[in-house]
Design a protein. Structure first.
Ligand code: SF4
Ligand code: SF4
Length: 169
């Protein structure tokens, strides 16, 4: 067989293989979504944007222990806490998470010792910024994320699990 005939045979075989895969997928259910009209079903432990939880009066659950900042492998959490009358532990006066380097590992929420968790990863995945500064979640944004999570899903991240753990302890 000449080189040309071999190339033609190889091309025809590749073409038929491609067509066969197309035909197979033609009869399978779609795996793509018509976003944003259609929304994905998220895994129960999906890790989206961070949020801070608070009491109904706005008092943050955070006790300023700093564990989240210490455990963060990307060192993107900046926080400052101080003593405040009537608040258990210390109160976070500054709290920022820089999403530019965050890998969404969820360790910060895992180590948070309060019940419900003061810091959670919500189910929110829609977030856009036009520059790097816009990807820094300030304390106010984090608080709003936590509030929206309750509004949309009726709970915040691992709140239920945290409460159960606390009860079991
Ligand atoms: S999700 Fe991981 S990388 Fe992101 S802030 Fe939390 S601990 Fe750090
Ligand atoms: S968010 Fe949780 S881990 Fe982080 S400082 Fe507050 S209480 Fe500690």
């Amino acid at each position: 067989m000449t080189a040309l005939a071999r190339e033609i045979a190889y091309g025809a075989k590749s073409l038929l293989q491609g067509l066969w895969i197309t035909i197979l997928h033609f009869f399978r259910p779609n795996t793509t979504l018509q976003y944003p009209r259609e929304r994905p079903v998220l895994a129960p432990r999906y890790r989206g944007l961070h949020g801070l939880t608070a009491a109904p009066d706005g008092d943050l659950t955070c006790i300023g222990c700093g564990s989240c900042a210490k455990v963060c492998p990307d060192q993107v959490i900046t926080m400052k806490a101080e003593k405040r009358e009537g608040h258990k532990g210390r109160y976070p006066v500054e709290f920022e998470i820089d999403l530019n380097s965050c890998c969404f590992c969820g360790l910060c929420a895992e180590v948070c010792p309060t019940a419900p968790k003061a810091l959670v990863l919500t189910k929110e995945y829609e977030f856009v910024a036009s520059d790097r500064a816009g990807l820094v979640l300030t304390r106010e944004i984090l608080l709003e994320n936590g509030r929206l999570e309750v509004e949309k899903h009726g709970y915040v991240g691992l709140k239920e699990e945290g409460a159960e753990e606390a009860q079991a302890a």
